[in-house]
Each structure stands twice: as structure tokens, then as C-alpha cells.
Design a protein around this ligand. Structure first.
Ligand code: UDX
Length: 443
């Protein structure tokens, strides 16, 4: 199939590459100011495991091309995925100007039936506006469909999330649109992945409701962790204990310093806003946000409780990205925590496997903030180590070596990475593990 993907950002590029991998002919378009040279060489402009290999493979196989010519991209196919940004405005409301602009451009070039698919996360009933806009600006009364097909890709595992989805959600209004989706997703249908056909409005809402629910799970477990810490109970045992219930599930019950990233904070805010616009006061989600912000403040308080005075202390930090396997620092807890500690006059020694370049653009190096290429260099002479992201390489770090390198063997772990029986040499603090215990399942 010939498919156009508008936008080569996170969602757009992953979608385009994966659709090419499924043997489609994909043309992916970016704005004129975008430099395509790296992409054309098979190198993506952000770090995502597996993506570059697939990109290079599909360029070689002539299944994917890039352009900055939007008209050409619209003319290229009858199936158009809109993957442009829907950033958050000051009020939390999604800014849909890019979606609207694309709808107008499509309208101008409408010369045959087209299926226009919203993949960007948009408020419920946006499809109606897209439809109305196309109708208003079109020069002909040619038939077209607007559908919703939200992405559920996690950064760091986006390619495998696309290729092995829990479900694919499609919101359509016509049989014709449904048939096109059936063709696009036939490899998944054949392999038994659930492809759910809903209405466009339900599909749009599913995306916000899904992400908000996951954020809610995180804030919930973080509050239970707060109680565990006071009651001297290990939160991991509690999370396992409730997670074994299939109705609850263990995923997204890892306590820590809360969620960040380009999706959860934005989507929770947008969902509260959407509800408000419909006259629904979603206080539950407001509390989710409040708890999430509080976790960052609590962590800084904990550092102060442990180290007493922060000024002039050498504090090493492992982990700057909002989660592992990405270089993304958007809304990362590290930003607030490091800003706060830097305000208190601490000397910060920062390390992350991927996110240093991005972090430096927000926090340039100075005499109090230093970046290190190696995690062990970062902890040399440190009075404490803070762990802010759950990268695998931190879990596997050489604890004996760490202890010899540090000035004081103090670890304040915001992601609960280590097992109790390995930490005797350290003053080890975590989030909600109280007296650390390991759960045993009798066999
Ligand atoms: C999320 C959704 O999972 C994905 O479906 C959607 O399409 C985009 O938003 P992503 O932002 O990549 O994906 O990150 P995710 O893996 O969901 O983690 C989000 C945040 O929650 C991270 O900061 C992570 O550290 C935190 N988290 C996650 C926890 O604090 N505890 C958990 O148990 C799980």
C-alpha cells in the first residue's frame, strides 16, 4: 500500500518506519525547515532502540522516503497518517493548530478519496473539526473519511510496541475506512493481535483515558509507598501482593519519584481540561498530578534529611532521562530535583547513558554542575549518589567499586533498584521500602 505519514517526530517516524517494514510504500513529510539529511542516511534524530536499523533497512529496500514537500506527500497516497505535534498550551489545553493546518492543506489537494487518520493524541471529537475543516476548504465535494488510530508507543520500546501491540484501536465511521484499516493491519489480524473497531470519538478518548489511568496507577502506588515508609513495610512486597490480582496487574506499580515524559504529564492535564470543557470536574486526576509533583519535592526533602546541609556537598546523580532507554528529558523528575539541589548550592556530578546532551541544553555546565561520560567518574569523592532513572546499567553496577570511589557510601535511590542483601556497605535509602524484604513465592 502507498501511505503518507505527516510528521517525522517520535510518533511519525516510528509509524512510518514500521509501516514500511510491513511492506508498504511510505512517504514521510516534515516541515520545510527540517534537515532531512540524517534521516535519509538512515539515522533518526532521537535515540530509540531498533529504529535506526529498521530505517536503514527500509531505505535500502526503497520502502520509505522523506520529503519536505507537503503537497507532494498529500498527492502521493490515499491514506494519510497525521502525526504532527499537539503541544500543551498554558492552560493545559491541547494546541491543535498543526492538525488544523494539515487538514486545510489536505482539503486543497483533495483530488480522490482519501482516508485521513489522526495518530496524534487529540481531544475527543477533534475528528469532527478535521472533517468540517476539510469540507470547508476543499475545492470539490469528493468523498473522504477521517478516522482515529491512536498510538500506544512507549519511548525506549516504541518499535516493539508497534510490532507487537497489546491492541490496535481504530475509530471509523464508514465501511470503506474500515476496509482500508483491515488491509493496513492485516499482518496483525493474521497473527491474532486484537484490532478493535470503535467510533472515532471513542478511539480519541481511549488514548487519553488509557494514559491517565496508567498515571493514576503510578500516583496510587506512590501514595501507598509513602504509607509503607512510615509503617516500615516494603512497597515492592505490597505491589507484588496486589499486582498478582489479574484485575489489578503488576505493571505500572513501581514506586519512585513519579512519572515524566512527553505523554503522561501532558495527557493527564489535557484530559482534565477536556473533562472540564464537557462540564466534568475530574478531581481524581487533579490529585494524580498533585501527588506526582509532590514526589519530586519529597525526594529533595529526603536528600536534605540524609545529608543535612546540601551546600557544597558533592552529589552525584545517575539518570537524567525521564525513563530508561531514551535520551528524552521532557518533564523528567531530574529537572526539578537537580534545579532544587543546585539552588541549595550543592556540587552536582551528573551522568546518564544517553541524555547528557539534551540535559546540557537546559542545564549548561558550570562550576557547580559537571557532566561525566562514565558513571564511576561521576561518583568519585561524592558525598552521596542519587538515582533518578532506572537504567539497567545502574542495576548491574559494581557495588564494591562504587563504595571505594565514593567519599561517603550513601545512596538515595529514587527508583528502588537494589536488593537489600547487597547493600550492607552502604547507607541506602529508597522510596517506600521501609524494612526491605524480598517476596517469596512457595513452589
Ligand atoms: C507512555 C505510554 O506508556 C504510552 O502507551 C503512550 O503512547 C505514551 O506515553 P512513555 O511516555 O514512553 O509512554 O513512558 P512509560 O514507559 O509509560 O513511562 C512513563 C513514566 O512513568 C516514566 O517516567 C516512568 O519512569 C514512570 N513509571 C512507569 C513509574 O514511575 N512507575 C511505573 O511503574 C511505570
Amino acid at each position: 500500500m502507498k501511505i503518507t505519514v505527516i510528521g517525522a517526530g517520535y510518533v511519525g517516524l516510528v509509524t512510518a518506519v514500521c509501516l514500511a517494514e510491513l511492506n508498504n510504500n511510505v512517504l514521510c513529510v516534515e516541515r520545510p525547515s527540517f534537515d532531512l539529511s540524517k534521516l535519509e542516511k538512515g539515522i533518526s534524530h532521537f535515540y530509540e532502540p531498533e529504529l535506526d536499523e529498521l530505517l536503514a533497512k527500509n531505505i535500502k529496500g526503497n520502502r520509505i522516503e522523506f520529503t519536505v514537500d507537503l503537497d507532494k506527500a498529500i498527492d502521493f497516497s490515499d491514506v494519510i497518517f497525521i502525526c504532527v505535534g499537539t503541544p500543551q498550551s498554558d492552560t493545559g489545553k491541547a494546541d491543535l493548530s498543526q492538525v488544523e493546518n494539515i487538514a486545510r492543506q489536505i482539503a486543497k489537494r483533495l483530488n480522490s478519496y482519501k482516508l485521513i487518520i489522526e495518530k496524534s493524541t487529540v481531544p475527543v471529537n477533534t475528528h469532527q473539526w478535521v472533517k468540517k475543516t476539510i469540507k470547508r476548504y476543499a475545492h470539490s465535494d469528493l468523498d473522504f473519511d477521517v478516522a482515529s488510530n491512536p498510538e500506544f508507543l512507549r519511548e525506549g520500546s516504541a518499535v516493539s510496541d508497534f510490532m507487537k501491540p497489546d491492541r490496535i484501536v481504530v475509530g471509523v465511521e464508514s465501511d470503506r475506512a474500515k476496509r482500508v484499516f483491515k488491509e493496513i493491519y492485516s499482518p496483525f489480524i493474521e497473527e491474532g493481535y486484537p484490532v478493535l473497531i470503535t467510533t472515532p470519538a471513542a478511539s480519541e478518548l481511549i488514548k487519553h483515558a488509557a494514559n491517565s489511568f496508567l498515571a493514576l496507577k503510578i500516583s496510587y502506588i506512590n501514595m501507598v509507598a509513602e504509607l509503607c515508609e512510615k509503617a516500615n513495610v516494603d512497597i515492592n512486597m505490597v505491589a507484588d501482593g496486589i499486582g498478582y490480582d489479574k484485575r489489578v496487574g503488576r505493571a505500572f506499580l513501581n514506586a519512585g519519584i513519579g512519572y515524566g515524559g512527553s505523554c503522561f504529564p501532558k495527557d493527564v492535564k489535557a484530559f482534565i481540561n477536556i473533562a472540564e470543557e464537557h462540564g466534568v470536574d475530574f478531581t481524581l486526576l487533579k490529585e494524580v498530578e498533585r501527588v506526582n509533583s509532590k514526589k519530586r519535592i519529597d525526594f529533595v526533602k529526603k536528600v536534605e534529611e540524609v545529608l543535612w546541609i546540601n551546600k557544597d556537598k558533592n552529589i552525584a546523580v545517575w539518570g537524567l532521562s525521564f525513563k530508561p532507554n531514551t535520551d528524552d528529558i521532557r518533564e523528567a523528575p531530574s529537572l526539578d530535583i537537580i534545579r532544587e539541589l543546585s539552588n541549595k548550592g550543592a556540587n552536582l556530578r551528573l551522568y546518564d547513558p544517553q541524555a547528557i546532551t539534551n540535559f546540557k541544553s537546559v542545564f549548561p555546565e558550570n562550576n557547580r554542575v559537571k557532566f561525566f561520560k562514565n558513571k564511576y567518574d561521576a561518583i568519585k569523592n561524592a558525598d552521596a549518589l542519587l538515582i533518578l532513572t532506572e537504567w539497567d546499567e545502574f542495576k548491574k553496577a559494581d557495588l564494591d567499586k562504587m563504595e571505594t570511589l565514593m567519599n561517603l557510601p550513601i545512596i538515595i535511590d529514587g527508583r528502588n533498584l537494589y536488593k537489600s542483601n547487597k547493600m550492607e556497605k552502604f547507607e541506602y535509602y529508597n522510596v517506600g521500602r521501609g524494612k526491605i524484604n524480598e517476596l517469596e513465592v512457595l513452589k
